[in-house]
Design a binder for this molecule. Structure first.
Ligand code: NAD
Length: 501
């Protein structure tokens, strides 16, 4: 493939803007299966050449990725605005800065992450070198979603580059402007022999998945995760699944209701609720609900004015299809809308909405909301709310708002979730020293910082032996005798300080 055709669908910013309006032009950019194979062959042969292994190569690519983000910040913000009407503030915070912070963290720590990890030894291996060596896996496929289309494509890429892999990036076709921009910029900044962007929707992704990868890193819905897992099973490919779910927010005990409302509103309506870690629903007592509702009303007005549709600080629903899903979902609910509820199709807008009198079997509780609708479910006791959560699939995040540390600890000790944060939302996932990932139906595997480097590295167990202590080693050879067996039994027993085998 000539270098020009490797720039799969480079286009100027203006045509990127038109791209979203013209589905036909997107389809023309898509790769046929044969071209996908050509790209993969190129990446695989680069990986086999060993070019991605040296620390210096990884550092150079990470630094170039940093330049990609820094030098094109305005274009990135434009694309995110086009895709989701993302407010500049939110786009910088949750897409640009989180990626540049991750890059700085990886660049500063790569040397130490790459060091062999020496392990403790026993008598029989006393003179050997025993260590764990982190090795790249090979060619990694990263499939991204549309809600944070830059962050959720590039953070796994940082991990993959740091770990020394080649990468195929498959951005979401739903966030078409960001997809276009990534397809244009990645080949301009990163090694085209090692990293490629493949564009496409469900059909192209399914075709891509028929190929053999060394790891698949998928972020998106549980339904598509099943397609990914099935395809991966053909080649026994390991998979990281970053999925969603219904992340609850328990509000219980003594509480500063005004502060709670501000943090809840921010976490829920950031990106208009289209966050995998957004609080999906609230569990609280009837008294707390009655105090919370006026505080929510007041906060919403402070944040987004009396006319939230005119606020520049609220994103839009990503597509007409997603807008229809949300309006139908709200329409099917038997709960009572007490705040918001308005929506406008042309603007792909739905107002920040709060629904009360929601039962466990309500339509709003049947799927992840992933939009600006907040159901409030009332329970009488903390134990009831813990039981409620225990009956659902394990969520990606669990939030507890309370002034009482006993409330926070009780929930922490009696629940399971991918991540946990008390008295705030979303923020736990911004720290690169904490692993980010799900558990159960919210996914498996985790990343961010060193956790991502580990997820995309193979931990090779290495024992470099010499020829010393051959007499001691001889104890394990035939002809087997009772004396040798007794000695082995003793030396490997818990009572013995040395274990031979
Ligand atoms: P999605 O599953 O529709 O799409 C994700 C990716 O899969 C896209 O690149 C898309 O092209 C591809 N795809 C879509 N249909 C496919 C098919 N049939 N076969 C193969 N590939 C296909 O997900 P989405 O709507 O983009 O994202 C929303 C979901 O993702 C929510 O559930 C949300 O909670 C979850 N999510 C999780 C995280 C996380 O970090 N855990 C982050 C963001 C979103």
């Amino acid at each position: 493939m000539d270098p020009q055709s490797q720039v799969l669908d480079r286009m100027d910013p203006q045509s990127q803007v038109q791209d979203r309006m013209d589905p036909q032009s997107q389809v023309q950019d898509r790769m046929d299966p044969q071209s996908q194979v050509v790209v993969l062959d190129r990446l695989r042969s680069s990986f086999r050449s060993g070019i991605t292994v040296p620390e210096q190569f990884r550092l150079t690519q990470l630094t170039k990725l940093l330049s990609l983000v820094e030098e094109n910040e305005q274009q990135i913000l434009n694309a995110l605005h086009k895709d989701l009407a993302k407010p500049k503030f939110e786009a910088i915070m949750s897409e640009v800065v989180i990626v540049t912070n991750e890059l700085h963290f990886a660049i500063s720590n790569l040397k130490s992450w790459m060091q062999p990890e020496y392990v403790s030894k026993n008598l029989a291996t006393k003179f050997d070198d025993c260590f764990v060596r982190r090795e790249p896996l090979g060619v990694v496929l990263i499939i991204g979603p549309w809600n944070y289309p830059l962050q959720l494509l590039l953070l796994p890429l940082v991990a993959a580059i740091a770990a020394g892999n080649c990468v195929v990036l498959k951005p979401s076709e739903v966030s078409a402007a960001t997809e276009s921009l990534m397809a244009e910029l990645v080949p301009r900044y990163l090694s085209q022999d090692c990293y490629a962007v493949v564009r496409g929707g469900a059909e192209e992704t399914k075709m891509l998945l028929q190929n053999r990868f060394d790891h698949i890193f998928y972020t998106g819905s549980q339904a598509v995760a099943r397609v990914v897992l099935q395809a991966a099973s053909l080649h026994l490919t390991p998979v990281t699944l970053e999925l969603g779910g219904k992340s609850p927010c328990i509000i219980f005990g003594r509480i500063d209701i005004k502060a709670a409302a501000r943090r809840l509103v921010w976490a829920k309506y950031f990106n208009l609720g289209q966050s995998c870690v957004a609080p999906d629903y609230v569990l609280c007592s009837p008294d707390t609900r009655d105090a919370l509702l006026p505080a929510l009303r007041q906060t919403l007005e402070e944040f987004y004015s009396q006319d939230p549709q005119s606020s520049p600080d609220l994103s839009r629903i990503v597509s007409p299809r997603h807008w229809t899903r949300l309006t139908e979902l709200l329409g099917r609910s038997r709960g009572k809308v007490v705040i918001g509820g308005e929506s406008h199709q042309e603007d792909q807008y739905m107002a920040p909405t709060v629904v009360v009198d929601v039962e466990e079997d309500d339509a709003l509780m049947k799927e992840e909301i992933f939009g600006p609708i907040l159901p409030i479910i009332t329970v009488e006791t903390l134990e009831e709310s813990i039981d409620f959560i225990g009956r659902q699939e394990k969520p990606l995040a669990l939030y507890v708002f309370s002034d009482e540390s006993s409330v926070v600890n009780t929930v922490l000790q009696n629940s399971s979730s991918g991540g946990f944060c008390s008295n705030d939302g979303i923020l736990h996932m911004t720290l690169p020293t904490l692993p980010f990932g799900g558990v159960g139906a919210s996914g498996y595997g985790s990343y961010h910082g060193r956790w991502g480097f580990e997820a995309l590295s193979h931990r090779r167990a290495c024992m470099l032996r010499g020829w010393a202590l051959e007499r001691l080693n001889g104890l394990r050879y035939p002809p087997y005798t009772q004396t040798r067996l007794s000695w082995l039994r003793w030396s490997t027993s818990a009572k013995s300080s040395c274990s031979l085998m």
